[in-house]
Design a protein around this ligand. Structure first.
Ligand code: PGA
Length: 261
């Protein structure tokens, strides 16, 4: 795992945007793995800014797969992740709705939704770069503490902490759905490059556990330790708990210029 301590959340967004753009330039039909939540928003705004400035790559042929989706919201609900990702990124980049896929939360088909999503991911050739946030309880996508490290896409029940954390998108935690469909930790591990962004003091504890603690289902984000190409971009507030923070930065500064992230 490569941990990159940066000066600010703006630097995190700049480097994340650089990485996504590089993937699309290398492979114009790349499959991008997108995350929702507050953390990636600065990155999405930066990608849109560059797109409007005419300096970004063409997104005409990319495919996007989201990590997770709430179950039980009416179709088109602004809090759904399908609506969120369209509003915050894919519509402004001009990516057609049919090229943006997510787990299907239709009640009648829930039992097979996980398997169908896994099949779609496989048919698309797998994810090139998977953007990730980390929950304050260490969750990855909606894989809450205790999730199997080998899990695939399936229905899960949200932890109370997560419903409270996400209340800001709904008005109150009571309105946050109890169930979600989420890529499993095993699904996420299949992406070719994992790019985890962590910003703000609320993530310091979970990030330290994920990066420097033991590999454990108790901290689902620690599964990144198993991946051959995982990068963690972190701002000073989220890096507070990292014992080897100075070392990570030295390693990053000493990287050969050709190596990239
Ligand atoms: P956040 O959520 O980016 O809104 O903090 C991250 C997550 O829950 O994975």
């Amino acid at each position: 795992m490569e941990v990159v301590p940066l000066e600010s959340d703006t630097e995190v967004a700049t480097l994340a945007a650089d990485t996504i753009e590089a993937a699309v330039r290398t492979r114009p039909d790349a499959v991008l793995g997108l995350a929702t939540g507050s953390t990636p928003l600065l990155t999405y705004r930066e990608l849109i800014r560059r797109h409007h400035a005419g300096t970004g790559p063409s997104y005409a042929r990319v495919w996007c797969f989201t990590l997770d989706e709430y179950v039980g919201l009416p179709p088109g609900h602004p809090g759904s992740y399908r609506a969120t990702i369209a509003r915050e990124l894919t519509d402004p980049l001009g990516i057609p709705a049919e090229c943006v896929r997510g787990p299907d939360p239709t009640e009648a088909h829930l039992a097979s939704a996980g398997e169908r999503y896994e099949a779609e991911l496989k048919a698309a050739g797998g994810v090139e770069v998977q953007l990730l946030g980390i929950g304050s309880d260490g969750h990855l996508a909606f894989n809450e503490p205790g999730s199997s490290l080998g899990s695939l896409t399936r229905i899960k029940t949200l932890a109370e902490q997560t419903r409270q954390d996400n209340a800001r998108f709904f008005g109150s935690s009571d309105e946050v759905p109890r169930h979600v469909l989420t890529q499993g930790l095993g699904t996420i591990l299949r992406a070719r490059h994992l790019l985890l962004l962590a910003t703000g003091p609320g993530k310091a504890h979970a990030l330290a556990a994920a990066v420097e603690g033991p590999l454990s289902a108790t901290c689902p984000a620690s599964v990144l330790q198993l991946h051959p190409h995982a990068t963690v971009l972190v701002d000073p507030a989220a890096a507070q708990g990292l014992e080897r923070r100075a070392h990570y930065r030295e390693v990053y500064d000493a990287k050969p210029a050709w190596q990239g992230l």
